[in-house]
Design a protein around this ligand. Structure first.
Ligand SMILES: [Ca+2]
Ligand SMILES: [Ca+2]
Length: 197
């Protein structure tokens, strides 16, 4: 394992990356860098969508394609290492020790509950207007629910899901409504994939 020497010194912006992502350890960054290089089979120096589809946890996730989209904001086709770490950091479990030691003046780490929720929210809010419409809910459910469910059933699930979360009655789910409706759910566990540890 790790016969290829990838020194932390060669990793771009190590310190700012570590701060931003919630103090990912140097060793984890090095492992991630190895992973990045392994996924980059042809040694291009960046990753494409195709490269990311090799990640097993994404391949089996019903919203995997949308998660892959979030690695490529603004229609870019190339993912560099800092971008790779930033997106993966949302999936890193919150370390209670980190939380306790965190300097309150520093920005909230990407793996905080709030940032995990924000990340999840934008997987639904396709047109980025800050609300999940009934139509967007339906599209997401279509990906998540098996083929045995009829279109009619799907529409009624979408209606119910939106209605239950929609507190101000505008027919859509805002980020706050989304966060509130997930309050009781263990998003920590649902959105933690042990990639970085
Ligand atoms: Ca929307
Ligand atoms: Ca609403």
């Amino acid at each position: 394992m790790g016969s290829r020497s990838s020194h932390a010194a060669r990793i771009p912006d190590v310190d700012s990356l570590r701060r931003e992502t919630g103090s990912v350890s140097q060793a984890s960054l090095r492992r991630l860098y190895d992973r990045f290089q392994a996924l980059d089979r042809t040694g291009k120096g960046y990753l494409s969508r195709l490269d990311l589809q090799q990640i097993g946890a994404l391949a089996v996730n019903p919203l995997g394609d949308r998660i892959i989209d979030s690695f490529f904001p603004d229609g870019s086709l190339r993912l560099d290492f800092p971008g790779f770490v930033r997106v993966l950091a949302h999936f890193r479990p919150v370390d209670e020790e980190d939380e306790g030691n965190r300097d309150p003046k520093e920005p909230e780490p990407l793996n905080s509950r709030m940032n995990k929720l924000r990340f999840a929210f934008q997987l639904y809010d396709l047109d980025r207007d800050g609300k999940i419409s009934r139509h967007e809910m339906l599209q997401a459910l279509r990906l998540m629910v098996g083929v045995q469910v009829t279109e009619e059933q799907l529409e009624s699930i979408a209606d119910r899901t939106v209605q239950e979360a929609d507190e101000d009655g505008d027919g859509a789910v805002s980020f706050l409504e989304f966060a509130k409706s997930l309050e009781k759910m263990n998003i920590e566990q649902k959105m933690s994939i042990r990639i970085l540890k």
